[in-house]
Design a protein around this ligand. Structure first.
Ligand code: BES
Ligand code: ZN
Length: 443
């Protein structure tokens, strides 16, 4: 068995679902395991309590004159639902065709455990790490890291570092080292439309009251124009246009429409006119309805006008959009377009800033050399931005004043957040190499 894989399989068995109060003990058990492991391999561990889930930190002995590198990861995972779509149980890691199937295998346990294994091997060989290390693994990334930014603010001095490195993003293709220099931000909200004070008989009252389901559908339909542009006043005001070099670099990745259609299984791709599929996902903002509902969803028909309807919205943001400003614009839009006869309630959710850095900077180049040494010389390193969000990344910049290097190991078909999430054993091995090369390059 690949050295270190047993530890990965052990942590994968913790159902560390941060959003579900029922799993609080499992989240803690995962954090405790990490702390014990840090100690066992010769690092100095710390477990920091927060109002939510704990933060696990490890350090080596810091020496003057060396670079201080923070490696960040998250041990929390998304819920595993829908459970019946898993081929093997969601929290029982199973290896098939060289891939480990388990919730959290890619996002993010496989990736941060590869770094941990790299560090363990270096120390076990009797070598010193070439940098001052702060290894920080939090338990709330999948719920927007609500307690990590306050933690950074309260511990600025102890967390002082020269840069942050994270493996929690993707690769364009198996075997192609990929450097991500930008992420989208996010802003979430829930919308509720309240109609009659009780569910009504749709025969007796139908025709004389606004049905909240009709109202939510009409409201939802106001978010986009037919060409895919978002119809909210001012939404694009702060969007930084794509630069020529990045449009060209992404064109160099070739035609991706077919692969994306295949990966998604959608009957056809659909997006904002005037942008390539990659640009739509990596560098354009979006408005998504993540959930919508109201009224009767059970078997057969039930002639009812429900008393309320709801939708959950999230907006992916790009530099230099700000989540607070966007949420205010969305609220104004919803108030303006809300049909008569219902009362609108808006419940703001979590948010995170977008991020972009210069991949041609000295640090960016060091990261790319590390990727080249982990993945070999066959392919040039791909320089990309990504559509997903890691809200704490911009906070590292704002609070600690440092850039973050994103060296992801996730494959396009890893099924993160979905049933049958998986991570190849070979990616774990590549991650171990990447850790060693990265610390060497950064030193
Ligand atoms: N690892 C992802 C972020 C990611 C995914 C980056 C794909 C690049 C490509 C992370 O764990 C995640 O899922 N983040 C959430 C954040 C949200 C819940 C605040 C996301 O993007 O939805
Ligand atoms: Zn995730």
């Amino acid at each position: 068995m690949t050295p270190g894989l047993d530890d990965l399989l052990t942590v994968l068995r913790f159902p560390s679902v941060s959003t579900d109060p029922k799993h609080k003990p499992d989240v803690r058990a995962n954090a405790d395991w990490l702390v014990n492991k840090f100690r066992a391999i010769g690092l100095k561990p710390e477990l920091h309590e927060t109002p939510g889930h704990p933060i696990a930190i490890a350090r080596n002995e810091h020496k003057p004159g060396r670079r201080t590198v923070m490696i960040y990861g998250h041990y929390d995972v998304q819920p595993a639902d829908p459970l019946n779509e898993w081929k093997t149980p969601a929290f029982e890691p199973t290896i098939r065709d060289g891939r480990i199937y388990c919730r959290g295998s890619t996002d993010n346990k496989g990736q941060h455990m590869a770094h941990l294994r790299g560090i363990e091997e270096t120390l076990a060989a009797g070598e010193e790490l070439p940098v001052n290390l702060i290894f920080l693994i939090e338990g709330e990334e999948e719920i927007g890291s609500p307690n990590l930014k306050p933690f950074l603010e309260a511990h600025r001095e102890e967390l002082k570092c020269d840069l942050v490195a994270i493996s929690d993003t993707g690769m364009v293709k198996e075997g192609v080292g990929t450097f991500t220099y930008g992420l989208r931000g996010i802003a979430c909200m829930e919308v509720r439309l309240h109609g009659p004070s009780i569910d009504l008989h749709s025969g007796i009252f139908g025709g004389a009251v606004m049905n909240p389901n009709t109202a939510i559908a009409r409201l939802a339909a106001t978010l986009h124009h037919d060409d895919g542009r978002i119809a909210i006043d001012g939404f694009y005001d702060d969007v930084q246009p794509l630069q020529d070099w990045e449009r060209k670099a992404w064109q160099g990745l070739g035609e991706t429409n077919h692969e994306t259609q295949h990966l998604t299984g959608a009957p056809a791709l659909w997006g904002e006119t005037g942008f390539s599929e990659l640009e739509q996902r990596w560098a354009r903002p979006t408005a998504e309805i993540n959930g919508i509902g109201g009224g009767w969803q059970g078997a057969g028909s039930k002639t009812v006008i429900p008393r309320e309807a709801m939708m959950k919205l999230s907006f992916r943001l790009v530099p230099h959009q700000h989540p607070d400003k966007i949420l205010a614009q969305v609220e104004a839009h919803l108030r303006k377009h809300c049909p008569p006869g219902v009362r609108l309630e808006i419940i703001p959710g979590h948010s995170g800033m977008p991020y972009v850095m210069d991949p041609h900077s000295t640090l960016g180049q060091a990261a790319q050399r590390a990727l080249a040494s982990a993945f070999g010389p066959e392919h040039p390193i791909a320089l990309i931005r990504e559509g997903g969000s890691i809200p704490i990344v911009q906070a590292f910049k704002d609070v600690l004043g440092v850039e973050t290097l994103l060296l992801g190991l996730a494959l396009p078909d890893c099924q993160a957040h979905a049933p049958n999430e998986n991570f190849p054993v070979s990616s774990f091995e590549a991650g171990v190499k990447l850790n060693k090369a990265l610390l060497r390059e950064l030193a």
